[in-house]
Design a protein around this ligand. Structure first.
Ligand code: ADP
Ligand code: ASP
Ligand code: MG
Length: 813
């Protein structure tokens, strides 16, 4: 004999019921079967909703009633060719239900006892309909009301089973029964005095387990809408997958901590008899599912699953009067037991100064009152404080029998939560170490489950959620590069880089599952209006793990919001150099926030675009080398200008050409004045640990007073024409000395300067071409022959690749 239980979704539509019947037919070929059914999906909730409305004297309970009725009628009409006779009987049942609801409406009250009577209609109806359909198909079927078998106490809504009577009833009945298939309604039972009771929400699983244990069957099958017990709730974590084998303890812990696929008490009756529970998917019967048994199966995973419970209230009782006084906890927990309040979670600080426990949020007020009453005397003496109640919380739990023999699991748990800016309010770990649980904000649950799942089950792939601001030349190149490298990174570096948000100064779009990079321009043009603050808010609201904000603008206001991102543990990658070259205090603050919130702040492209300059310097310093001096040509624009300027080509036209070809800022004065180079050497000095300000840098400008004092770009170009002789003089002098003009940045002994220099032949700067940059690091380890980084120091492609490299570095962290 086998016991099969089908859940609400499995019997939720005519189409699914047909699948159930096919499974029953197949399975009954090998042995007689007992089939326990839930109410049609969603009906229990609707019955309770109708009852609540009626109790509140809200007439719309009738609308809900009509809906419940029409759902059932539709199922019947879709299933049976000639539904008349079934409909007649079902109609009579609905009349009774309506009268019950009218009664609740009239007396304005819904007691637990009436509530059980009300919800029992769900299973009674579904089992009746399915049995009728099976008979209609001439299958050897009988319907038995499990209320005649399962006898409980009077604890309405979650009654306790009297196993002596129940087991005897079941054995006696099935000894005499000779049908191949017996249909039983799940969830419903009766008290000794004959009142309708139920076994608790989700209790049809329990019905099946009770019957399976009483009949000592070989296997209990729970058929549902997912392919087994998953590593975590598959509705919240897309990457979750079914666990093939679990021990009873693991299954119990997982279900107790919210894996709703199995009702927790289900395990107990079958555990004692070692009857395996097989969880299967009605919609995909071919899937293996999960087998729960006490057979030890080899499994390399120490953490088997991650569960969570929402709607938790955390209550804390504290005060000096608790220390060392025996019986304190007993009084506390007795108070809760008397109120029939279930405790989900307990921790106590070792100082005994406080006890903290988690309960269902619906019991919070009742618990608060009862405890404050129970300890009224101690509270009046200020020996303890009135109980503190916090709401809006959830518990997440790592479950696995083998966690006790592995160290470092809680470390991984908390570092993963910490890295993702998820605040842990309380923790508990039983000595058996089958479960480590943490209380967190409910709004963080999805992020917590996803990041923990990634850490414990997808060891290999890490998802990076990228938000790009500044979709111009460089931004578009970055998007292209990410698109092109996506599969490579996933395969080789186990990084799944998703662009979740994009914005420019006008538009912004988001897709939490990743924007389709093959088709983003069209949606982007029709996107919402953007703002710096609005973009930030959306990043925070999405609350995704491994979030990275990428600033591809040159906008001061964008750089002013980095601190907010870092404080939310969102990493920042910037090619915008304003933040790092602004006041030292601001730079330092961002570095500190990055450390404090474990959120990387990377800006390799601030100096030399994609060239690995900052990274090289950081590595030198971190590995204990000391920088003696830095000499560099860091302006692609100035390099271009002085490589093209000569006695045959005037200075004005050369600068115009540089601007035209995109080698200068829109305002070429920023480049020509040397400010841009000064900012870059400032950043290098700071990376070398020197708290320098931009004013500390000596800037010997080669421009004339008139150039520097021009009040517009046009005016500036006019002054260049007027001062041509000045520039020709610089050129002639360099020629006479057999030198090249280079705009050089230097750092030495904590001081920095920038300015035009005549570079002699043979010097590494002499032959620097086009828009190339070069940096020479003289250090203790490289005292004579410097470490040189050289290459294209400007351009959209290389800048984008520098940003991309920063993103990948964060992923590899
Ligand atoms: P049924 O109506 O068949 O009893 P339930 O809705 O009670 O089904 O339970 C199945 C649901 O449990 C799944 O659809 C899924 O959303 C939820 N669930 C939560 N955690 C898990 C988990 N770890 N594994 C599988 N399902 C889970
Ligand atoms: N129908 C009941 C409920 O929704 C029992 C069950 O489905 O297991 O809670
Ligand atoms: Mg269920």
């Amino acid at each position: 004999m086998k016991v099969l239980k089908f859940g609400g979704t499995s019997v939720g539509t005519a189409q699914n019921i047909k699948k159930v019947i096919a499974i029953l037919q197949k399975e009954s070929l090998s042995s007689p079967i007992v089939c326990v059914v839930s109410a049609v999906g969603g009906i229990t909730d609707k019955l309770l909703q109708a009852g609540e409305l009626a109790k509140q004297k809200n007439k719309s309970y009738l609308t809900v009633f009509d809906k419940i009725k029409s759902i059932h009628f539709k199922v019947i009409e879709d299933l049976v060719n000639n539904p008349k006779s079934i409909l007649k009987e079902v109609d009579a049942t609905f009349e009774n239900l309506k009268q019950l609801l009218n009664g609740i409406y009239l007396i304005n009250e819904l007691s637990p006892k009436t509530s059980d009577k009300l919800v029992s209609y769900g299973e009674l109806l579904s089992s009746f309909i399915i049995a009728e359909v099976m008979e209609d198909l001439n299958l050897n079927t009988v319907l038995k009301n499990s209320q005649e078998l399962i006898i409980t106490n009077n604890n309405f809504t979650k009654a306790e089973v009297n196993y002596d009577v129940t087991n005897k009833n079941i054995v006696d009945y099935f000894n005499k029964a000779n049908q191949l298939i017996t249909i039983l309604p799940g969830f419903v039972s009766k008290s000794q005095s004959g009142e309708t009771t139920t076994l608790g929400r989700g209790g049809s699983d329990f019905t099946a387990a009770i019957v399976a244990a009483a009949l000592k069957v070989d296997q209990l099958e729970i058929w549902t809408d997912v392919s087994g017990m998953y590593t975590t709730n598959p509705k919240l974590v897309k990457q979750a997958y079914p666990i093939a084998n679990l021990s009873y303890q693991e299954a119990m812990e997982l279900s107790h901590f919210g894996a709703k696929v199995l009702y927790p008490p289900t395990v107990q009756p079958v555990l004692n008899l070692s009857i395996p529970i097989h969880i299967k998917n009605t919609l995909h019967p071919e899937a293996f599912g999960t087998i729960i048994s006490n057979q030890k199966k080899e499994n390399h995973l120490t953490v088997k699953g991650i569960s969570h419970i929402d709607n938790v209230a955390l209550l804390t009782l504290e005060g000096s009067g608790m220390v060392g006084i025996p019986g304190f906890s007993k009084r506390l927990f007795e108070t809760l037991a008397n109120e029939k309040i279930n405790i989900i979670f307990i921790t106590q600080a070792s100082s005994e100064h406080s006890i903290c426990f988690g309960i269902d949020i619906n019991n919070a007020e009742q618990a608060e009152q009862a405890i404050n009453n129970a300890f009224e005397y101690e509270i009046s003496l200020h020996k303890i404080n009135p109980i503190i109640v916090e709401k809006g919380l959830s518990i997440i739990a790592l479950i696995g029998d083998n966690m006790k023999s592995h160290q470092g699991i809680s470390g991984k748990l908390f570092s993963t939560l910490g890295k993702n800016n998820i605040n842990v309010r309380a923790i508990a770990q039983g000595a058996s170490e089958k479960n480590i649980s943490a209380v967190i904000n409910q709004s963080d649950v999805k992020k917590a489950l996803n990041s923990l799942h990634e850490r414990f089950f997808e060891v290999n792939t890490k998802q990076l959620n990228v938000f790009i601001t500044g979709i111009g030349n460089v931004g578009e190149k970055l998007i292209d590069q990410i698109k092109q490298q996506h599969n490579f990174l996933k395969k080789n570096l186990k990084l799944d880089v998703k662009i979740v948000g994009m914005s420019n100064s006008r538009k912004m779009i988001f897709n939490p599952n990743g924007i389709d990079l093959n088709n983003w321009t069209e949606p982007f043009h029709h996107a919402d209006k953007s703002s710096i603050e609005g973009f930030y808010q959306k990043v925070i609201d999405l609350n995704l793990r491994n979030s990275i904000f990428v600033d591809v603008t040159a906008n001061k206001n964008v750089s002013a919001i980095y601190d907010s991102y870092l404080k939310q543990s969102v990493a920042v990658v910037a090619c915008n150099k304003i933040a790092c070259s602004d006041k030292y205090a601001n730079y330092k603050n961002l570095q500190d926030l990055s450390l404090k919130y474990n959120a990387p702040f990377l800006y390799e492209t601030n100096v030399g675009a994609g060239l690995p300059i900052i990274n090289t310097l950081n590595n030198l310093v971190a590995s204990g080398d000391k920088v003696i001096s830095i000499q560099a040509v860091l302006s692609g624009s100035l390099n271009f200008v002085f490589n093209n300027f000569s006695d045959k080509k005037n200075f004005h036209d050369t600068v115009k050409q540089a601007q035209f070809e995109g080698y200068t800022e829109p305002d070429p004065r920023i480049d020509l004045s040397g400010i841009d180079v000064a900012r870059k050497i400032l950043i290098l000095a700071r990376e070398n640990g020197i708290p320098m300000e931009i004013e500390d840098i000596t800037n010997d400008s080669f421009l004339t007073e008139a150039n520097l004092n021009s009040d517009s770009v046009d005016d500036f170009y006019d002054t260049l024409i007027n001062d041509e002789a000045h520039f020709q003089k610089l050129y002639a002098s360099a020629q006479a000395n057999n030198c090249q003009l280079k705009y050089v940045a230097e750092y030495k002994n904590g001081k920095a300067k920038v300015g035009l220099q005549e570079v002699p032949e043979g010097h590494p700067f002499y032959n620097l071409e086009g828009k190339d940059n070069i940096v020479m690091f003289y250090t203790q380890r490289y005292p004579e022959q410097p470490l040189i980084v050289k290459g294209a120091g400007a351009g959209a492609d290389v800048t984008a690749s520098g940003l991309f490299a920063d993103i990948i570095r964060i992923g590899n962290k």
